[in-house]
Design a protein around this ligand. Structure first.
Ligand SMILES: [Zn+2]
Length: 80
């Protein structure tokens, strides 16, 4: 029963993805997240997806995202 207490559950990791991408986590949490992404494919893809979105959104001028993109987002985020 003495598993590493620092091991993140996916639920926790997903909650911290945005802060991770914004570099708002403590160093400890950031490292824990990196470790989780190395072993967890689904959280890694989720993080990549959020990162891609962030880049897209910050690259967009102040007009709204095309419907196709919005539907895609809905589809993916609905899965979690
Ligand atoms: Zn995970």
């Amino acid at each position: 029963m003495s598993e590493k207490p620092e091991k993140l559950a996916c639920e926790q990791a997903i909650k911290m993805i945005l802060e991770y991408l914004d570099n708002e986590l403590t160093e400890h949490d950031h490292v824990a997240m990196n470790g989780h992404f190395e072993t967890c494919r689904s959280c890694f893809s989720r993080m990549e997806f959020e990162k891609m979105l962030k880049d897209k959104i910050s690259a967009l001028p102040a007009k709204k995202a095309p419907d196709s993109l919005r539907n895609k987002i809905k589809k993916v985020t609905g899965k979690f």
